[in-house]
Design a protein around this ligand. Structure first.
Ligand SMILES: Cc1ncc(COP(=O)(O)O)c(C=O)c1O
Length: 395
């Protein structure tokens, strides 16, 4: 099956680079290729100008200032820098970290590193399946977990499997009332929902260009400077770029592409999420009418609770892996791309209270910018046929 023939419904794993982003990127490789730090000549200065304009554009679209953004290699690095960099700063005295059981491994793993080095860690449960807000954290639980030793709370803005949106503003208030700092992995939210870091009240936020129709290998970390100044220990040292917090030659092509990608998303609000939401609704309605007994995992499909393009569906009788193998013309996943080869059932679904068997019968759909109604209809037909065929085989 060639990639051109595939119906791509795995937009939480990554997205196709938008041609308009490619148009912004290519001149940065072939014409404007200078090193941003080479201010001694016109080639370097031209690159610096483009880089700075891109940073200013990203900052404007996220509600922060240019000096509050660091450019990284992706959200994994941003999460590591936020969590380890903040907690392991020499002036950090607090030794307790709070996160949520359903976070991405790019948060859970650095938190586990802290635990091994002596930090106390609280992993909050989520509201279970069957509730309107399934997948969110219970604010009373967060309130009770916070204490005067809590350095950092890390709660994602949108979950990569069930699309649940956490309500960050009241979470930030609770954290700040106890003197704790809030980091949010906003990787799945940036470009999909409007973001203003000031309104959300977050102190650190991670993002990645490849989730919003930009290239792979470029991410960002928002680090608050206004009001509470956040101090980080650099995780990568070298040439001292980016205030010494993240050394390495500045990724000017990636940054320009990232800024172009986010601009397109922001210009597309609210129409694009609306259109993607309608396609997703069509997908859900058709799936439920063609395959009896499908169940939606996670929160209710409401714009304030769930990403517009997300469906997480538990199928009756047949495992997700078998359904995917029988339907190669549709690109889907059973959960996070990082755990695509992991035979264990999704920790996010287990955190929701699903059984291992239910988790194994689940597939994640991520509808995106380039999907069409006809693709949705074809994908449902293909999946329904495979489901029926497999059911007969296993009978
Ligand atoms: C919520 C979340 N955090 C972090 C990451 C890692 O991002 P990156 O691929 O940019 O390192 C992903 C991507 O899979 C994600 O969905």
């Amino acid at each position: 099956m060639s990639t051109a023939e595939t119906i791509y419904l795995d937009n939480h794993a990554t997205t196709r680079c938008d041609p308009r982003v490619v148009e912004a990127l290519v001149p940065m490789l072939v014409e404007n290729y200078g090193n941003v730090s080479s201010r001694t000549h016109a080639v370097g200065r031209a690159a610096a100008e483009a880089y700075e304009a891109a940073i200013a554009s990203l900052a404007a679209d996220l509600g922060c200032t240019s000096d509050e953004l660091l450019i990284t290699s992706g959200a994994t690095e941003s999460n590591n820098l936020a969590i380890l960099g903040f907690c392991l700063h020499p002036r950090q005295r607090r030794r307790h970290v709070i996160t949520v059981a359903s976070e991405h491994s790019a948060v859970l793993d650095p938190v586990a590193v802290l635990e091994k080095s002596g930090f106390r860690v609280t992993r909050l449960p989520v509201i279970p399946q069957g509730h309107r807000e399934a997948g969110r954290v219970d604010l009373d639980r967060l309130h009770d977990a916070l204490d005067d030793d809590t350095a950092l709370v890390s709660i994602m803005q949108a979950n990569n499997e069930i699309g649940v949106l956490h309500d960050l503003a009241p979470i930030a208030e609770l954290c700040h009332a106890r003197g704790a700092v809030l980091h949010s992995d906003a990787t799945q939210a940036i470009g999909r929902v409007r973001i203003d870091v000031e309104q959300l009240g977050v102190d650190l936020a991670s993002g990645s260009a490849h989730k919003l129709y930009g290239p792979k290998g470029v991410g960002l970390l928002y680090v608050r400077r206004r009001g509470r100044r956040i101090r980080l220990r650099p995780e990568i040292v070298g040439g001292g770029q980016q205030q010494g917090l993240r050394s390495g030659t500045l990724n000017s092509p990636g940054t320009v592409a990232f800024a172009a990608a986010l601009r397109i998303c922001v210009e597309g609000f609210p129409d694009e999420p609306q259109r993607i939401g309608e396609l997703t609704e069509r997908l859900w309605q058709r799936l439920s009418s063609r395959i009896e007994g499908v169940q939606l995992n996670g929160p209710e499909r409401a714009p304030e609770l769930r990403l517009a393009g997300n469906l997480n569906v538990c199928f009756p009788d047949i495992e997700g892996a078998a359904l995917m193998a029988a339907t190669p013309q549709v690109a889907l996943s059973s959960g996070s791309a990082c755990s695509a080869t992991d035979p264990n059932p999704s920790h996010v679904l287990l955190a929701l209270g699903l059984s291992e068997a239910e988790a194994r019968r689940t597939l994640r759909f991520g509808v995106g910018r380039f999907n069409t109604e006809s693709e949705i209809d074809q994908a449902v037909e293909a999946l329904a046929e495979s489901h029926q065929r497999l059911k007969k085989q296993f009978r």
